[in-house]
Ligand binder design. Structure first.
Ligand code: NAP
Ligand code: GDD
Length: 320
């Protein structure tokens, strides 16, 4: 049987790197779309670089994606590329809309033009629930985004649904709640905390400056979540799914566990800094993963505590 071939946009990101590993293990040919930059940023994929095919393209440029789809003819496309940092979306709302919102139309339309039979996954986000209208949040919970990022993701979600309904495309929107790992970008709160814990423990830093410690998130492990993305594209019919753990913890609790793991008290080191507050906050996210559990047979395997300690251990090793 011919090998399956998948295109991943955002392969240099946290999720892209784990998904590429996973698809390689499943026997796929993996094509990774990278954007041109003046320096190489392959830290997360250097260990698999000789096993994947990297091609140049950009979500801002539909023609680039038409060309690479024509040349490589994947059977599945995973659109993970985005301006993904919520805080930045407040200072760069137009750029975020172009990449994270309209970028989805560009790639979906490129798929439609080249081969509407290609299966498509869109990386949607629990940030779309924003000021939550129900607890927990499921596929039927109304959306109320609270950031330009959330608004852009909502556009991406609906254009995915719209292309599915208009052109009969197999297009899925995965509404993923926060997922973290040792490969998480340093600007996101979890990795910012675990990296600071390691540096403070090793005597390299003295404090950690954070914003709102009372925000609550449903945090899972990125490696668990890429399995759900793949499962969504292996079903008889395309559908949308919430992917989450069903548990929620505050940023404060994350700090407690992370500092506690190395024998420190977070209250001795965390300094509240207004700069890290957001113009509009998402106070609470907790997802109901029942549909993904039932239809996809998906369940997370790593607990919250295991995730926090795994990230602290990894940052201790990296900072030594
Ligand atoms: P990430 O680490 O920030 O990675 C984003 C990726 O997108 C990077 O590879 C980046 O390339 C690429 N990219 C950005 N702008 C691009 C453009 N114009 N053209 C092509 N590529 C571009 O994000 P992540 O955490 O892996 O998340 C993956 C996706 O899931 C994102 O769409 C994110 O919004 C969404 N999501 C994430 C979570 C989460 O908790 N992690 C939850 C829900 C949804 P460079 O390396 O060149 O910057
Ligand atoms: N980044 C950051 N830095 N966040 C802080 C800080 C800080 O110093 N202090 C408190 N927080 C709070 C934020 O206000 C927010 O409520 C929470 O920590 C989590 O922030 P992030 O880790 O930046 O993630 P996010 O929830 O805004 O967004 C992530 O999850 C979304 C899914 O819900 C990103 O991965 C998005 O791309 C993703 O869609």
């Amino acid at each position: 049987m011919a090998k399956k071939r998948a295109l991943i946009t955002g392969i240099t990101g946290q999720d892209g790197s784990y998904l590429a590993e996973y698809l390689l293990e499943q026997g796929y040919d993996v094509i990774g779309m990278i954007r041109r930059s003046s320096t190489v940023n392959f830290e997360r994929i250097h260990h698999i670089q000789d096993k994947v095919t990297l091609v140049a393209g950009d979500l801002l440029d539909e023609v680039s994606m038409i060309h690479l789809l024509r040349e490589h003819r994947p059977s599945e496309v995973y659109n993970l590329a985005a301006q993904s940092f919520v805080q930045t979306s407040f200072s760069q709302p137009v750029f975020t809309g172009e990449v994270t919102g309209l970028g989805v139309t560009r790639i979906l339309d490129a798929v439609r033009v080249v081969d509407p039979g290609i299966r498509f996954y869109q990386a949607s986000s629990s940030e779309m629930f924003g000021k939550v209208q129900a607890v927990p949040q499921s596929e039927t919970t109304p959306f109320y985004p609270r950031s330009p990022y959330g608004v852009a993701k909502l556009y991406g979600h609906w254009i995915t649904v719209n292309y599915r309904e208009s052109y009969d495309m197999y297009a899925c929107s995965g509404i993923l709640f926060n997922h973290e790992s040792p490969r998480r970008g340093l600007e996101f709160v979890t990795r910012k905390i675990t990296n600071a814990v390691a540096r403070i423990k090793l005597g390299k830093d003295k404090e950690l400056r954070l914003g709102n410690l009372d925000a609550k998130r449903d945090w899972g492990y990125a490696k668990d979540y890429v399995r759900a993305m793949h499962l969504m594209l292996q079903q008889d019919t395309a559908d949308d799914y919430v992917v989450s753990t069903g548990e929620t913890y505050s940023v404060r609790r994350f700090c407690e566990i992370a500092f506690g793991h190395v024998g420190l008290n977070y209250q001795d080191y965390v300094v509240i800094d207004e700069r890290f507050y957001r113009p509009a906050e998402v106070d609470l996210l907790v997802g109901d993963p029942a549909k993904a559990n039932k239809n996809l047979g998906w369940k997370p395997q790593v607990t919250f505590e295991q995730l926090v300690t795994m990230m602290v251990e990894s940052d201790l090793a990296a900072n030594k």
